[in-house]
Write a protein that binds this ligand. Structure first.
Ligand code: SF4
Ligand code: SF4
Length: 345
């Protein structure tokens, strides 16, 4: 494993980080074992969020004793100052630490959210104060909306930006990554497997390693998975014609099924949380039915509001049949709800 500067933060991090979502479906002992294997294999960057159920607690338990040897990034999705402060204090407790290296405003996707966050008593006020008090070392932001992410980067208010990046969703490499580099920001890549759609880790990392200043954050939930990802970094990266053709085949096969989370279809006049609900199938594939239902409850319940007006289809650049896909995902969600009710009896 090699180590690299994270933009101009002054932090030095392993070439690959650890995404903290999938450990939520492991029991605490198993999660700690996986996290310690990652640490022993040289991974020094751990990304989690207050919203990822007990992920912070598990990371705190596994890595609390080596706090000064790891970089921890977490996030709040709360938009007001009081709520963000409460989230931050909770994160500090869960992570067994008195500072967060990178505290991110989670998923700022729309102008309205940005106005609330930066308005009077908004979350930005709280994180700036927390930084002054030493509870936060750097402020970051995450988004799934490319235009918004570019805007956020250009505000100059953040030290890092986190956005989806993989060989299917590679739009960030142009304006977003360029702007972030110009500002000296650390660039974090969420969804290196396109949310589970890329089932060939080797090819996924061949692409990612072509962008050495972009730090991938794969979600790792087994010792085998940690060992596999780490093994990719033990050899030089060589992209071949065959690899490029395989990537192209993935892109073509996914065609009109895969939601790239660009959010161009929003807003839905009925308030359906389209992007999150479009990801239900791939998210649920990585966790138990019970956890998937709890994790995705709000967007999936919003699907019931869809009146099939088809306005969103006109706005989707990939011409996805959104209401049909949402309906299929809703049926799966209902099935998972029934299964989890049975297992809780
Ligand atoms: S088809 Fe459904 S999801 Fe799409 S805009 Fe209309 S109500 Fe919203
Ligand atoms: S449904 Fe289409 S427009 Fe909406 S987020 Fe997905 S890819 Fe983008």
């Amino acid at each position: 494993m090699r180590y690299t500067p994270l933009g101009k933060t002054g932090l030095t991090v392993s070439e690959v980080g650890f995404g903290g979502i999938p450990i939520i479906h492991l029991d605490e002992g198993a999660a700690v074992t996986v996290l310690r294997r990652a640490y022993d294999s040289g991974i020094t960057f751990y990304d989690t969020a207050n919203a990822y159920r007990d992920s912070e607690k598990k990371i705190g338990r596994a890595l609390g004793d080596m706090r000064d040897k790891v970089v921890i990034a977490t996030k709040t999705i709360i938009r007001d100052a009081a709520g963000a402060t409460e989230h931050l204090d909770n994160s500090l407790r869960m992570l067994k630490t008195d500072y967060i290296d990178i505290y991110q405003l989670h998923q700022i996707a729309h102008e309205k959210e940005w106005e609330i966050v930066t308005g009077p008593c908004g979350a930005m006020e709280a994180v700036v104060q927390a930084k002054e008090k030493g509870k936060i070392r750097h402020i970051g932001v995450t988004s799934h909306n490319l235009a918004m992410a570019v805007k956020l980067v250009k505000t100059g208010m953040f030290d890092t930006v986190q956005f989806p990046f993989n060989f299917i969703e590679d739009a960030a490499k142009d304006e977003l990554h360029v702007a972030a580099r110009e500002c000296g920001m650390g660039i974090l890549a969420m969804k290196p497997f396109a949310g589970g759609v890329i089932d060939n880790a080797k090819i996924a990392f061949k692409f990612l390693r072509e962008h050495p200043d972009v730090l991938p954050l794969p979600g790792l939930d087994s010792l085998e998975h940690v060992d596999e990802v780490v093994s990719f970094y033990e050899q030089p990266n060589q992209m071949t014609e065959k690899d490029l053709n395989l990537m192209e085949k993935y892109r073509n096969d996914l065609g009109k099924q895969f939601c790239r989370r660009c959010e161009y279809c929003q807003p839905c006049p009925q308030g359906v949380m389209i992007t999150a609900a479009m990801s239900y199938k791939v998210v649920a594939a990585r966790m138990s039915a019970k956890v998937a239902v709890e994790f995705c409850k709000m967007p999936m319940e919003s699907v019931a509001l869809c009146i099939e007006c088809r306005e969103c289809i006109d706005r989707c650049p990939y011409e996805l049949s959104i209401p049909d896909i949402l309906k299929a995902h809703y049926d799966l969600y209902e099935q998972h709800k029934a299964e989890s009710a049975l297992t809780s009896c």
